[in-house]
Design a protein around this ligand. Sequence first.
Ligand SMILES: *Cc1c(COP(=O)(O)O)cnc(C)c1O
Length: 377
Amino acid sequence: MRIPLSSPDISEQDIEAVAGVLRTSTLSLGPKLLEFERAISGYVGAPEVIAVHSGTSALHLCIRALGISEGDEVIVPSFTFIAVANAVRYERAMPVFVDVDRQTLNLDPSLIEAAITSRTRAIIVVHTFGCPADLSSILHIARRHSLYVIEDACEAMGAEYEGRKVGILGDAGVFAFYPNKQITTGEGGAVVTNNPEVAIRVRKLRNQGRDDCEDWFQHSELGYNYRISDINCALGIEQLKRIETILDRRESIAKRYDRILACEPDLILPPLTVPGRKISWFAYVVRLGDRLSQVHRDWLVNEMRLRGIALGRYFAPIHLQPIYRSGPGKKSVLPVTECQASRALALPFFNRLKDEEIKEVCEELVRLIRSVKLGAL
Ligand SMILES: *Cc1c(COP(=O)(O)O)cnc(C)c1O
């Protein structure tokens, strides 16, 4: 693709830092792991940070460390990345899908209580595309029903809710560092928490269930190898140093898209600001208006691809995926998720996207949409 959907932003300094680790003899469980964890801790304000090799493994360890297991239910959105529901299934618990708010595409707090049963143990709140969810309502519901709250901040590093960084407001939070995220380690993730007991369990589970003691080979529970190498951590440290510049650049790309596309009546643009929240832009996702359908959306993706421009279909609802559709449990009724997902179109979005490229993406997209109006499809 001439203009991809996303692309990592790797500087010469990042490369030097990675090469520096390769010149040492400590490629894993070394000083860069501790330094990366300390840097995340300082940035998001979490007392405990445990870095792991993916956001998915971070989610899994939160579920496990909170004691969620077979027979338990966890409330999750369906309009998100499949790892959110998979992490619940890894522990044989059941994801219960709740619909989202039409504007922010985050969990709709007014629908959560109807989904709570005597088996519900937790809510996973996803800050979709970097826009913080309505945390105060959700935390309030969770407190009233004694539920854990896990914040999936994989798309939202640096976003703020009422002046506080997301990720640290529930019982545990997770971040991810895949190459399409705001900062990357290649592959990577982290659990953040205020709860020292959760932190001890997650740290142990990350490394084969080994107790944190002198005796390397004392195993008190079934753990995993979810470690992240010092090579990846060195990249993360460098990326995190630049996060303010990165978030500013991403915000200015979002504003530029907004300015150019604002007058196109067939596109619903994401809100640039939400009161009380600071958005950390992960993706720029527009939705097609009522005149256009999923058929037009898929046609647009193909036509743009022919012009060398990648568009994304974020997200395919989890409850409609074959492995969830045929599973046990009640059928999910999620009209907002299904409608919005069929009209969602992610535009190219990455730090190094040039202003001319933004202009070209918009011009091509608008031209194609207008051709629909002329009956070209
Ligand atoms: C990216 C992402 C994850 C984690 O992804 P990994 O590829 O495992 O790092 C989890 N949840 C959401 C909502 C994500 O966008």
